[in-house]
Design a protein. Structure first.
Length: 164
């Protein structure tokens, strides 16, 4: 039922504000970036003389290293990316720190958008839903005279509603 209400609220905003409303949405998402890209099973294509052996293909060792990246973007492209140190996950404290960095960068990269009303969209990760995060966003965003975002409400998390 919550999904239906969220979808109806989104459609209502779209109906009231028109399609220009979509240009005012800033989305944030986090993902792991692996340091290993597997090669395809297909070998390189090359002509060989008759009877010669194909070149040796060395098997690459898979790396377990990966790094968390937080990306903020809109329909014009990436606004800000922050790479967390290795073996660091997104906590409330990390999220607040990155949000502060994003807001500074946002004012510089999208000054026209920052002066008007805009909409902030992120998923339902526990660090985003925490009460201290909600209080931080309300306090930080209300004291800024330049930034006037509205947080978009989201339905319960499923793979089909993830922004990226």
């Amino acid at each position: 039922m919550k999904r239906v209400r969220c979808a109806q609220a989104f459609l209502k905003l779209n109906f009231e504000l028109g399609l220009g409303f979509l240009d005012k949405i800033v989305t944030m998402d986090e993902t792991y970036v692996p340091f290993f890209t597997p090669e395809s099973k297909r070998g390189p294509s090359q002509w060989l003389p008759k009877g010669s052996n194909p070149p040796l293909k060395f098997k690459r060792q898979e790396s377990r290293k990966k790094q968390m990246v937080l990306s903020f973007f809109d329909n014009c492209g990436v606004i800000f990316q922050h790479y967390l140190p290795m073996r660091t996950s997104v906590t409330v404290a990390v999220f607040k720190n990155v949000m502060n960095m994003f807001l500074k960068k946002f004012k510089k990269k999208r000054p026209e958008m920052a002066k008007t009303d805009w909409y902030f969209h992120f998923d339902n990760a526990p660090c985003h839903k925490a009460n201290s995060t909600k209080e931080f966003l309300a306090k930080r965003l209300s004291r800024s005279s330049i930034i006037h975002p509205t947080l978009l409400t989201l339905p319960p998390q499923t793979s089909s509603t993830s922004p990226s």
